[in-house]
Write a protein that binds this ligand. Structure first.
Ligand SMILES: [Zn+2]
Length: 250
């Protein structure tokens, strides 16, 4: 049995399979990893959350950086990896997607149960009154006026609905992700180096509770030695080969 056949067999028989995705799935959509040489942080220092709260100049710098990455997000679309995960959820094979990514591409692909650990850059949120809305018109307003837009409800501080450096993860999202990980019987890591928290811990929760652990990543990860299957190749290619061995849905 090939690894693809084996993973397909696990996926077909799983009752609560979970996919955990990181930057690697989105680089296949042309979105640069922020930390990579082409990413925005190669030339800019990220704005810390406390500075955003306290300082109008920091808020301007934040919006300037976000308007650059926003263009990358809006120009990109989901790739075959995102699409297959959405199809597997619709077919009842996949229970949920937990992601470190903020590009929203799982939603665009049609995934429904998505836990975005670091929030979404497709929306903005007011830190003062919790107003939320699509990010796109606000980024356009920032670029047109070269000024940080105020909240339309309370004139408060608008920020992308993502987790900044120095900002706590949303405890509800984190708790739900931990619960889904504990209850998983198959855990497929896709494009995450599993170094930063909670990415380092969640697969361990799954494994400890009896899940089969599959890691699909270009490079090695600290959890490779406890994984049941490891594929060091493109996520789109790997998932396509796995899908070839899953039962046809129509
Ligand atoms: Zn507000």
């Amino acid at each position: 049995m090939t690894p693809y056949e084996q993973i397909a067999a696990w996926l077909t028989s799983a009752k609560s399979a979970v996919a955990f995705t990181g930057a690697g799935i989105s680089t296949e959509s042309g979105i640069p990893d922020f930390r990579s040489p082409g990413g925005v942080w190669a030339t800019s220092t990220p704005v810390m959350y406390q500075d955003f709260l306290d300082d109008a100049d920091a808020r301007y710098e934040y919006w300037r950086q976000k308007s650059i990455s926003h263009a990358d997000f809006m120009e990109s679309g989901p790739n075959v990896g995102h699409q297959l995960l959405a199809q597997w959820e619709q077919a009842g094979l996949l229970n949920a997607v937990i992601t470190q990514n903020i590009d929203g591409l799982h939603h665009v692909a049609g995934s429904y149960r998505v836990l975005e650990l670091h929030g979404t850059a497709r929306e903005i949120q007011c830190l003062d009154c919790n107003y939320r809305g699509d990010a796109d018109p606000w980024v356009k307003q920032f670029l047109a006026e070269d000024a940080v837009p105020p909240c339309p409800e309370c004139t408060g501080r608008l920020k992308h609905a993502t987790i900044s450096f120095g900002q706590q993860l949303d405890p509800e999202v984190l708790q739900e992700a931990a619960k889904r990980s504990e209850n998983a019987d198959l855990y497929i890591v896709l494009g995450s180096s599993l170094v930063v928290e909670p990415a380092a811990t969640l697969p361990l929760l799954a494994k400890r509770n009896g899940a089969k652990l599959v890691i699909i990543n270009r490079d090695s990860t600290p959890h490779d030695r406890i994984a049941h299957q490891i594929l060091n190749e493109s996520i789109g290619d790997a998932l396509s080969k796995i899908a070839d061995h899953c039962p046809q849905q129509e």
